[in-house]
Design a protein around this ligand. Structure first.
Ligand code: ADP
Ligand code: MG
Length: 245
């Protein structure tokens, strides 16, 4: 099932076309990686899909409904979740409380309630934590966790809003290679099990080739290649322009 259809997305900053006529589709349960050099327009593309930036032109449809240019919160409510490069957790709260807070937002209740109702959505939070391998750390403050584990908690927080599409801009930045691979394997497993489409960026080629179903190559705001990891690896233009071969 096609979850996301992006057509002709364009964004200029002054004279620079950060994204130029970007078009792609993403299926439910699919891991789609965007790769490209620094400044290629990856974050710009993410931010247009997530509503942090308004496109100059182009269309974005999620499950057939137009979301292009809507405020970020409306896009989140329509089913687009996000993780951020800088972890967005509340470090003084416990792991479980962070997920409970996210569930509170998702169920449309005020975060102010939380002070008096620490048991709210607790079972649901623990189930989400079990799904990312963090159930045993539920009562620890996030400040005590290793960085890779904070990223797992962030994933559980993002899943709390039951997204159809998850946007992950450089999810493994700052992580050691083994942690990277384990976070991406976890994400791919969750995406497939829950039929969530994942759009992500990643610097490490091996991680991309290991975990992506399909790859888009963005150079100077334009998609120069799209295909399976095998097709991308063998694409002469990609080798020349991006991999420097
Ligand atoms: P990537 O994420 O692939 O590294 P970006 O999407 O961040 O690339 O940037 C694409 C281009 O747009 C770059 O030339 C960058 O300098 C420019 N750019 C991005 N955001 C802004 C902004 N808010 N204002 C001006 N220029 C920007
Ligand atoms: Mg970026």
């Amino acid at each position: 099932m096609t979850l996301l259809v992006v057509e002709g997305l364009t964004k200029r900053f002054g004279g620079v076309a950060a994204a130029k006529d970007v078009s792609f589709t993403l299926q439910a349960g699919e891991m789609l990686a965007i790769i490209g050099p620094n400044g290629a327009g990856k974050s710009t593309t993410f931010n247009m899909v997530g509503g942090q930036l308004r496109p100059d032109s182009g269309t974005i449809a999620l499950d057939g409904a137009s979301i292009a240019g809507l405020p970020a919160r409306a896009i989140w409510k329509a089913g687009v979740g996000r993780t951020f490069q800088v972890a967005q957790t509340f470090v003084s709260m416990t792991v479980a409380e962070n997920v409970q807070m996210a569930l509170l937002s998702h169920h449309g209740r005020s975060r102010g309630l939380f002070r008096d109702a620490r048991a709210l959505y607790r079972d649901e939070a623990l189930a989400l934590l079990a799904g990312v391998g963090m159930r045993a750390d539920a009562e620890r403050p996030v400040s005590e966790l290793a960085y890779g584990d904070v990223k797992r908690v962030e994933l559980a927080v993002a899943l709390a809003s039951r997204p159809k599409l998850l946007l992950m801009d450089e999810p493994t930045a700052g992580m050691a290679p083994r942690e990277r691979s384990s976070l991406m394997a976890l994400t791919a497993g969750v995406a497939r099990a829950r039929s969530i489409g994942v759009l992500y960026t990643e610097h490490d080629m091996e991680a991309v080739f290991a975990h992506a179903d399909r790859v888009l190559v963005l150079v100077r705001g334009e998609i120069i290649a799209a295909g399976t990891p095998e097709e991308i690896r063998a694409n002469p233009r990609v080798k020349q322009v991006y991999l420097g071969e």
